[in-house]
Design a protein around this ligand. Structure first.
Ligand code: CA
Length: 378
């Protein structure tokens, strides 16, 4: 009975919402939809189809499937007033050109990573991941509770966009190397596929960073065009078979401690949605945020076991000397980022304050717990 009451209330809410935007309302009735010319027009809700462009190959495990999940859930949670047509990378616009497509209205929304847009503003990187930055959950805390949301809205609105967290790879790995990396000298002169601020940090240590799309990495390793690559984590890395060409696997990654992917909306399209439709979008993004974190956590653990047990891959850590040098280089790179413009500076300042508080908590909670759990043999 309680459930029925809730459903009825929900339907009424939808009717009110539809009335508010001038859409026809009412319910389809078998008795009423007869032949009489006086009977009301057939009261079927109209479905509006939105086009979503993504940065991922079709059904790409983890991220492509997350975009698919969001599309389906928006249709369901909107009560059928919205449907989403999904375009894989390259189908409607080339990969990483989703920003301009959605900003201009050529598409309605994107599923991608905000750090692909650093050419528009370096401030976008802070809503995906930055070197030595927050983990996925810490970053959600900053966005939802620590002022990140307002800064993100203001930045996106300048480009006629609004964006929401809509998936996460969790912690990424340091990458695959053709040779063992013991000292800072071992890094000098290497050509490594590593994008974004992480690549800028590596450059400070004498590495030549290169940006290659996922599908081009294996071939580049095989031909010797690159000496090392980072990609995501064990699950996505295993699928590409990097262990065959670059057997030294380093973890954890300093550069992407919890990469958030986003759903970006054309702001005019967003503002034209009813409140139920907006909630359907936000609810679908939130659902996928947690389901994708869970999926990456689970699948990375399984893939790590496969890499170790079946392919003899040994996970190594960079030396403390390398970690400290990466930290120094990161401070330099972030200081330069802060000089870009006042808006980026404000985002950096807000982010660094949140990071310092989150880090103080992690150092008495997750940090020691994970170390001590292993010490106790679990
Ligand atoms: Ca990566």
């Amino acid at each position: 009975m309680k459930r029925r009451t809730l459903l009825t209330a929900g339907s009424l809410g939808l009717g009110a919402a539809l009335a508010a935007c001038g859409a026809p309302q009412g319910v389809k009735s078998g008795e009423d939809s007869g032949n009489s010319p006086a009977s009301p027009a057939v009261l079927r809700k109209k479905t509006r189809t939105l086009r979503m462009v993504t940065s991922w190959p079709k059904n790409f495990p983890g991220l492509g499937t997350a975009a698919e999940e969001i599309s389906q859930n928006i249709g369901i949670l909107s009560g059928g007033t919205l449907a989403v047509k999904l375009y894989a990378a390259g189908e409607l616009v080339p990969a990483h050109e989703e920003f301009d497509a959605v900003s201009s209205g050529a598409a309605d929304m994107y599923h991608a990573s905000e750090y692909y847009w650093v050419g528009k503003s370096k401030g976008f990187a802070f809503f995906t991941a930055v070197p030595f930055g927050m983990t996925a959950v810490e970053q959600l805390g900053w966005v939802d509770h620590g002022g990140g949301r307002a800064l993100w809205d203001k930045l996106s609105a300048r480009f006629n966009l609004i964006a929401f967290p809509a998936g996460s790879t969790g912690h990424q790995m340091g990458g695959w190397f053709k040779k063992e990396i013991n000292t800072l000298d071992d890094l000098k002169g290497l050509i490594m596929r590593i994008p974004g601020f992480g690549g800028d940090v590596m450059r400070e240590l004498g590495v030549s960073p290169k940006l290659l799309a996922g599908g081009a990495i294996y071939q580049a390793l095989q031909s010797g065009a690159i000496d090392a690559t980072e990609w995501v984590g064990p699950w996505n890395d295993l699928a590409f078979g990097f262990y065959r060409e670059a057997p030294y696997y380093y973890g954890p990654g300093f550069h992407e401690p919890g990469s958030t992917v986003s759903l970006g909306f054309n702001l005019e399209v967003w503002n034209s949605l009813t409140s139920q439709e907006q909630m359907a979008v936000k609810g679908s993004c939130g659902w996928t945020m947690s389901s994708s974190l869970a999926q990456y956590s689970w699948q990375n653990a399984k893939a790590l076991k496969t890499l170790r047990d079946e392919y003899g891959v040994e996970v190594r850590n960079f030396s403390d000397e390398i970690w400290k040098a990466l930290g120094v280089a990161t401070r330099k790179v972030l200081a330069e980022v802060g000089q870009s413009d006042p808006e980026t500076r404000a985002i950096l300042d807000s982010y660094m304050t949140a990071l310092s508080e989150a880090s103080a908590w992690a150092q008495v909670s997750d940090g020691p717990y994970l170390r001590l759990r292993a010490l106790a043999g679990f």
